[in-house]
Design a binder for this molecule. Structure first.
Ligand code: SAH
Length: 217
């Protein structure tokens, strides 16, 4: 709560409460741990100055390089589906503002988040945003997410935050046995697809239509 001042002209805390209510009422936020991770990760510190008044709208917000910070309710749902545990090692593709990475970092405790961003400006932006919160267990890498990070694999969880035509095989290879991978898959409108690596191969656990993300390149 130290990032919310009692009297701020934008009234961020009141707007955050409204946003939390909306996400709960619509069924996108159901898990108490995910709720506290969102509360601990003030979104106004992750949007550019020109967009601050929109920080607690339940909508994507433009950041830079033509990209967006994802819609809060979608971030809440993705985070819940990932079923994160203390100590997990997570790979995120698409750091953007770093907001999702910070939420993940809150939920893995002593674990670690590796996040890859293709735009150098955004990788820098995310890094600065995470520093504001004193987050130490997130490593931001400027590079091509298609490759994953084989030296750090296997990962307990892999999250892609941009729309893929197809889940990259190479990323599935970097998943631990019984690990989960979550990605929006599709062209104009995507489905959120949750996959699990099992001894019998890759199994689809969830598939929900109706999401729109910026493209995975
Ligand atoms: N998780 C972010 C939202 C990111 S939007 C947040 O919380 O703010 C998706 C991001 O994926 C964009 O920043 C885009 O530049 C990045 N991206 C798209 N294709 C990529 C690729 N192949 N490798 C790394 N990053 C990629």
């Amino acid at each position: 709560m130290k990032f919310f001042k009692k009297k701020d002209s934008e009234n961020y805390l009141a707007k955050l409460e409204m946003l939390i209510c909306t996400m709960k009422d619509t069924g996108f936020l159901t898990d108490d741990n995910v709720e506290s991770a969102i509360r601990n990760t003030p979104r106004h510190l992750f949007v550019p100055d020109s967009q601050k008044s929109e920080a607690y709208e339940n909508a994507p917000v433009p950041i830079m390089s033509g990209q967006t910070i994802s819609q809060p309710s979608v971030v809440a749902r993705m985070t819940e589906w990932l079923d994160l545990k203390e100590g997990h090692k997570v790979l995120e593709i698409g750091s953007g503002s770093g907001w999702q990475s910070a939420i993940l970092s809150n939920l893995v405790g002593t674990g670690k988040i590796f996040t890859i961003e293709r735009h150098s400006k955004l990788a820098e932006f995310a890094k600065k945003n995470l520093e504001k919160l004193g987050i130490k267990n997130v490593k931001i890498i400027h590079g091509d997410g298609n490759l994953g990070i084989s030296d750090e694999s296997p990962f307990d969880r892999i999250l892609i935050t941009a729309a893929c035509k197809k889940v990259p095989e190479r990323l599935l290879d970097q998943l631990v046995m019984d690990g989960l991978l979550l990605a929006p898959v599709g062209e104009n409108i995507q489905s959120l697809v949750l996959l699990k690596k099992t001894s019998n191969g890759i199994v689809e656990l969830k598939n929900q239509k109706g999401y729109v993300f910026v493209p995975f390149v």
